[in-house]
Design a protein around this ligand. Structure first.
Ligand code: NAP
Ligand code: 12T
Length: 340
């Protein structure tokens, strides 16, 4: 028999993503029987707000998941590696926001607008992975183009908000801006360099091939979500002094010709997309407009005149919402509607 409401645990409930999860669950009236906010011993005993009520934060342990139906994890990769399997073996379905399981062949990696059918594979290990924020907004914009004209190659450069690295990074940008304006010494702690009034071509760690792990996530996750290893992707990921929303310059080489006007038309009908593209009115997607919104904004859609079948576009989304919390809750909605 189908349940009317579910017992939901939020791991990392005091973090930037966890707090947004609580907000999105409430806004979308997710059917919750009991809510269990979990975090480390540092904030156990503190309170978080959900639907106007206060909930006590508990310390995450192996015993946290008894009677839990759905566990939303966003407390870092090592926490997920350590605790997601015990949550799954207690009978919860885990929706994991970290890098821990994304590329495991038997774990579904899901963006509801692109590959909702993959959710069925939650049965393999009781875990569904939420992709990286930069990948999610890119594939939301790419999928309708892929369906219409095929995709050979994608060249992407990102302009990523500091909120992607958590609450401490949001504070660091605020403090650096204040320190610079007051001509005081800068606190430089979260990032290896000053982020205020700067751009850092460095997100996550450097790998042996001199790409960053963030860049390799965009390359590998895109192929997995689009279920096509033949799509060539190359990426440069850059941190910019923006609080919320990642922006991406995306160049797509399609298999078959498609005009910029056709791309606009198909994106106007695409789920989760809002076309914002009126150069005459200086209208294009902006990070400050995408912040707090659910849609992925797409604009600056134009032909790449340097090749036969090319499109350029500018894609912006709230990295904490569609890039993390909202995508996870959308997965949970499909899970309860079609599987649990
Ligand atoms: P954050 O603001 O720093 O929050 C971290 C959260 O994790 C806090 O609730 C913290 O609890 C909790 N936590 C840390 N260590 C823990 C432990 N040992 N046991 C239990 N809880 C622990 O970071 P955030 O921005 O919310 O990001 C959290 C994670 O989500 C990231 O590490 C990343 O893996 C993932 N993420 C994914 C995406 C995506 O692309 N889909 C985007 C952003 C983040 P305390 O209050 O007790 O410290
Ligand atoms: N380093 O979920 O710093 O893999 O913006 C997301 C965001 C990792 C992830 C970031 C990161 C992830 C960031």
């Amino acid at each position: 028999m189908k349940k009317e409401a579910y017992n939901v645990a939020v791991v990392g409930a005091t973090g930037a993503v966890g707090e947004e999860m609580l907000k999105v669950l409430a806004e979308r009236d997710f059917p919750i029987a009991t809510l269990k906010p979990l975090a480390s011993s540092r904030s156990a005993g503190s309170k978080v707000e959900f639907c106007g009520d206060e909930y006590l934060v508990e310390e995450l342990t192996d015993d946290s998941f008894e009677n839990i139906d759905i566990a939303l994890f966003s407390a870092g990769g090592s926490v997920s590696s350590r605790f997601a399997p015990s949550a799954a073996s207690s009978g919860a379905v885990v929706i994991d926001n970290t890098n821990a399981f994304r590329m495991d062949a038997d774990i579904p990696l899901v963006v509801p607008e692109v590959n909702p059918h993959a959710i069925a594979d939650y049965r393999n290990r009781g875990i569904i992975a939420n992709p990286n924020c930069s990948t999610i907004q890119m594939v939301v914009a790419l999928k309708p183009i892929y369906d219409a004209a095929g995709i050979k190659r994608v060249v992407v450069s990102t302009y990523q908000a500091v909120s992607g690295s958590g609450k401490k990074a949001i504070q660091e940008l605020e403090q650096q801006v204040l320190a610079i304006l007051q001509q005081q010494e800068l606190p430089v702690d979260v990032y290896p360099h000053q982020i205020a009034f700067n751009c850092l071509p460095h997100i996550d760690v450097f790998l042996d091939n001199d790409y960053t792990r963030e860049e390799m996530k965009m390359i590998n996750e895109t192929k997995k979500i689009m279920e096509n290893d033949q799509i060539m992707v190359t990426a440069t990921t850059v941190r910019v002094p923006v609080f919320f929303s990642h922006s991406e310059s995306i160049n797509v080489e399609t298999e078959r010709f498609i005009s910029a006007d056709e791309v606009k038309e198909i994106l106007e009908r695409a789920p989760g997309v809002m076309v914002v593209d009126n150069p005459a009115e200086n209208d294009y997607p902006l990070a400050v407009d995408a912040a707090g919104q659910d849609d992925t904004l797409v604009g600056r859609i134009r032909q790449d005149e340097s090749i036969a079948n090319g499109i350029n576009m500018w894609v912006v989304a709230d990295n904490i919402r569609k890039g993390a919390a909202l995508n996870a809750v959308q997965i949970a909605e499909i899970l309860i509607r079609e599987y649990l």
